[in-house]
Design a protein around this ligand. Sequence first.
Ligand SMILES: *Cc1c(COP(=O)(O)O)cnc(C)c1O
Length: 353
Amino acid sequence: MTAESEYEMPRGRTGFGTLSLYEEQPERCSADLSDNTNLWGMPPAAERALKSFSGAGARGYPSAYTPALKEVLASRFGVSPSMIVTGCGSDDVLDSAIRAFGNSGSRLAYSEPTFSMIPVLARVNGLIPVSARFDNNWDITVDELLSSDPEIIYICSPNNPTGTSARIERIERVARSFRGLVIVDEAYGEYAASSLISLAGDYSNVLVTRTMSKAFGMAGLRLGYGIGNPALVREVEKSRGPYKVSTIAESAGIAALTSDLPWVGRIVEETLVNRARLVGLLHSLGYAPLRSDANFILLPVQDASTVAAKLLSQGVGVRPFTGLPGIGDAIRVTIGPWKLMQTFLDELERSVV
Ligand SMILES: *Cc1c(COP(=O)(O)O)cnc(C)c1O
């Protein structure tokens, strides 16, 4: 065996040398509050669809662009199916959109801190990620986002990892004062009071992305979608390519969107109740979590890596962040059934120094 470092790289474009692979949670833990997935499980009709899936259904190719799933999504949101693009997780939709509209060497602007995949997706598509600051209220700063003359602007609302939302008026101001693509990532849109989806069709340059990975509890199936003007969506779909959504993911997604909306609605309500309760208790213990519109909270702590490691050693997984602009160190905690929240609170008291 030759050591990896002794191999010579093939020639050609890389520039990926300084990128690292995505870091997975190192250990399984009994209370995994680290990735914002639905801790109540997966929706029942989707689960039944998985169980009734036969091997024969996997023999042939899936549909190239998931027309049946688009129909169901279109009726849910009251838009035309031609306004929808699906993908292998919303990561795939984001990646395809950036590739479709970003010229090599151009800039992608986003507010920092945000979803960690964004600078990565910019770079693997040859774009330069440029960060802007949030304002004091954790809203986007429109002028700063525009100031680097970007080709693409990414807005995450509610934002991961802060949990805070951008005001719709500000997002619309970006869309109006900018010719390039505006991506509005609503991965946590089910938990938020407002959404840009109903306005997406009014703009020729806005793509709203959503996922079945978070509120819908289907992260393992990899299913996401984007909503925008038909012409824009078509370009994203060309860039994405055919057959990105598996037959089994499409059928579970259709089942969930057809029959599980009440289930998801109840879970979302319980999430909001538990979030308010947890935030209240944290305040009374002297913590200052950021206000959240999502199914997680960001909790500033001293030395987040140590706190996270201590929690993990007690079976509680959280996501640590160090040196976040405007915050410092913090841990991100997924909201789940109250029993898990109580476990987190108990262990937090023992883990914070
Ligand atoms: C989790 C997450 C996604 C990715 O979701 P997938 O559909 O699983 O790829 C996208 N954006 C944000 C902000 C997220 O937190």
